[in-house]
Design a protein around this ligand. Structure first.
Ligand SMILES: Cc1cc2nc3c(=O)[nH]c(=O)nc-3n(C[C@H](O)[C@H](O)[C@H](O)COP(=O)(O)OP(=O)(O)OC[C@H]3O[C@@H](n4cnc5c(N)ncnc54)[C@H](O)[C@@H]3O)c2cc1C
Length: 510
């Protein structure tokens, strides 16, 4: 007779702590902890080698934790259905347990197929809520309260012991490399995976770094230190959002903190809420990965895609130093602060008038912390296709002057501008010819001339949006409907309702 096992399928939840599926499965009998290496997933346009590297490191630590409990991680390669079919040859599958995954369209379709397979083979698949996003939610009425209740629930303790399996299925080594490599040489600046790194970041953030969070988060010079840097860990679940929220709140309640520090930590608390708020949008409407949130905006930019502009943006060679420094730093480190991510997208969307899909894929590949729900919804918001937010057009020169006044960040990432005086670092195209020669940076040779007139480009973008908002018969109704379904109820009471987005005054220039 085949032995009976409860399969725990690890996805974006690479931990044993606060892991309800593992805990429930362990209480019912023998557990087979499973990770499926899915080559088709790692070939997608929004996945990359740096994400795999982070996952791989996290899997090693997860395996160590599971071995300590009694049964290590079983790693198998193929589609999940192939893997389940193989496992069925060795075991009676008493149940499949996992967290719900609010991923991209590919993982959504895969989960539907797994659901069908389970039905056909009479396997009960129990899925558990991983954080504040709720499955089959109709609108946001009461959502904030639900989020709060979930975060206050006691964390699920790790099981104390897992029985060792007597028979093991054929296993696969974790490949060294999967997914697209962005740089020929990985820089060594990427974040490390695993729970140990997550707890170390959380500890240093709550004890020291978080003090400067509010005022340090906007500039790329300070943000890498002042922000928590927990994003890839939350994306791959080496630590749960609930654990971070509870530890943060303990700190707020019991530690002696001055006012600015408390303000910073409260602001961080709000970000944890946003994490789930954005994922909820894609969980509810998976079409946001491919289609504009406002259908009336379909076709707005598609016809005018300038491949050369896209490539310049992608490689950090637009001729705008701050834009290029942000992109090149991101390519090397896998991380960028929120404001600079928003600026890169806005520059692609407004100044370069690029449809958002290809930029979204490129950035997803660059981000170690790629989280589809946050990513696609932020991309749409920063490109102006979410309809329920003001259009944020960033002036790349002003951002540069505000966030990197001395050009320190620019010079760090654009060595060709290393000797350009601060007076010209934000607009090197203004350097007199003699100075270009003197500092060894000829514009157009050593560093590109700007690929667009950014002020003129923004005027064009603004006019296009104004026209569409004024004249498209469905824009207002669609924006209203979107807000009813996805808008944050908290914000709506404080700010003006969505119909005002048709007012061009809502367009902002930062
Ligand atoms: C175009 C664009 C794409 C983005 N793509 C991603 C992505 O793929 N994955 C991702 O985790 N974040 C994404 N963000 C949100 C944000 O920039 C990052 O979460 C943040 O910079 C990560 O650094 P941190 O962990 O130090 O953040 P902290 O400021 O320390 O925040 C703590 C956590 O809160 C959440 N969070 C913070 N800011 C936001 C936000 N604006 N919206 C939603 N959640 C937030 C994240 O989980 C983050 O780890 C994107 C933002 C933009 C503008």
């Amino acid at each position: 007779m085949k032995p009976s096992v409860h399969i725990v399928w690890f996805k974006r939840d690479l931990r044993v702590h606060d892991h309800a599926p593992l805990c429930v499965a362990a209480s019912r009998g023998a557990v087979l902890p499973l990770y499926v290496i899915e080559p088709d997933y790692w070939a997608l346009a929004d996945t990359s080698a740096r994400q795999w590297q982070f996952v791989r490191q996290s899997l090693h630590e997860l395996n160590t934790a599971l071995v300590r409990l009694g049964q290590g991680l079983i790693k198998m390669q193929g589609t999940v259905i192939e893997v389940l079919a193989t496992l069925q040859q060795h075991y009676t599958i008493a149940g499949l347990y996992s967290h719900q995954e609010s991923g991209n369209q590919w993982t959504f379709a895969r989960d539907q197929q797994v659901g069908q397979w389970c039905q056909q083979h009479a396997v009960v698949w129990q899925e558990y809520q991983p954080y504040g996003a709720v499955r089959r939610l109709r609108d946001r009425e009461g959502w904030a309260g639900q989020w709060e209740r979930f975060m206050r629930q006691e964390r699920v303790l790790a099981p104390t012991r897992l029985a060792q399996l007597k028979i093991l299925p054929p296993q696969q080594r974790l490949p060294d490399q999967l997914g697209s490599v962005l740089e020929a040489n990985e820089s060594g600046l990427l974040q490390s995976g695993g729970r140990r790194a997550a707890l170390s970041l959380l500890g240093s953030f709550l004890r020291e770094r978080g003090r400067s969070y509010s005022y340090g988060m906007s500039s790329p010079l300070s943000a890498a230190q002042s922000c928590s840097r927990l994003s890839p860990h939350l994306a791959y679940g080496t630590v749960s959002v609930r654990e971070v929220t509870q530890k943060l709140r303990n700190m707020l309640e019991y530690a002696e903190l001055d006012k600015p520090w408390k303000r910073s930590l409260r602001s961080f608390d709000a970000r944890l809420h946003w994490h789930c708020h954005f994922i909820q949008k894609l969980e509810t409407d998976i079409r946001f990965e491919r289609e504009p949130m406002i259908p009336a905006l379909q076709g707005l930019r598609e016809a005018r895609f300038n491949q050369a502009h896209f490539e310049a943006w992608q490689s950090g060679t637009t001729g705008f130093p701050f834009i290029d420094a942000c992109m090149r730093s991101l390519r090397q480190t896998g991380w960028l602060n929120f404001r600079m991510r928003a600026m890169l997208v806005a520059f692609a969307a407004y100044q370069l008038w690029l449809h958002w899909q290809k930029p979204a894929w490129h950035l997803a590949q660059c981000f170690t912390d790629y989280e589809p729900g946050i990513h696609y919804c932020q991309i749409q918001m920063q490109s102006g296709t979410s309809g329920i937010n003001a259009l944020r057009m960033y002036n790349p020169v002003k951002q540069s002057q505000d966030q990197d006044a001395q050009g320190i960040f620019i010079r760090r990432w654009l060595p060709e501008l290393a000797r350009v005086p601060t007076e010209f670092i934000h607009e090197p195209w203004g350097m007199p010819w003699s100075l270009q020669q003197e500092v060894g940076c000829i514009i157009g040779t050593h560093y590109p001339t700007p690929i667009v007139d950014h002020m003129q480009a923004v005027r064009y973008a603004r006019a296009q949006f104004s026209e569409l908002r004024k004249h498209h018969p469905d824009f207002r109704a669609q924006a209203q409907a979107l807000n009813e379904k996805h808008g944050s109820r908290k914000r709506r009471t404080r700010r003006r309702p969505v119909a005002s987005t048709s007012n061009t005054q809502q367009m902002e220039l930062f």
